[in-house]
Design a protein. Sequence first.
Length: 177
Amino acid sequence: FACGRGRNVTNMFNLCDWDRVDGIDISQSNIEQNKSEFSFQKSNWYCNNGIDVSELKNNEYDFIMSTIALQHIPVYDIRKSLITDLLRTLKPGGLFSFQMGYGNDLNSPLGPRSSYFENVYDAKGTNSAYDVRIQNVEDVIKDLTEIGFENIKTQIKESYSDSGHPQWIYIKAYKPK
């Protein structure tokens, strides 16, 4: 999810023995570039509408990964809609793995931050212009459970070189079998 210019899709082929790795992104230009540049690999490329992933089939995927993407959506209701729809696309027992900014300090040299449940419709931009941080691990676990995920695991790590996000939270959540 949020494949951008396809780097992680291509990395997945190099890391695992996958039959197919697909990518979905909100940017039509990214999707067109990926279709052209990566035409040799077994990938389908989808452009989503920014609210859901209705382009994708039910129970299609064993694994969905999103990295450095969901934190750039400053509207909780939209993130929840996307995550709920991603659950629909997972096969029973499928894994959703994602990462977001973590921490209580919502001030950053890169600009304002909001907490996980805020709906900041008037943000001046996304993609670091107004990012989201998870401040409480239990909040995201409860939210994912209510959406329908189970066996949710989290891990908090210091960022390596990101002054705007001193900590990251990595989350794994499974669709019930």
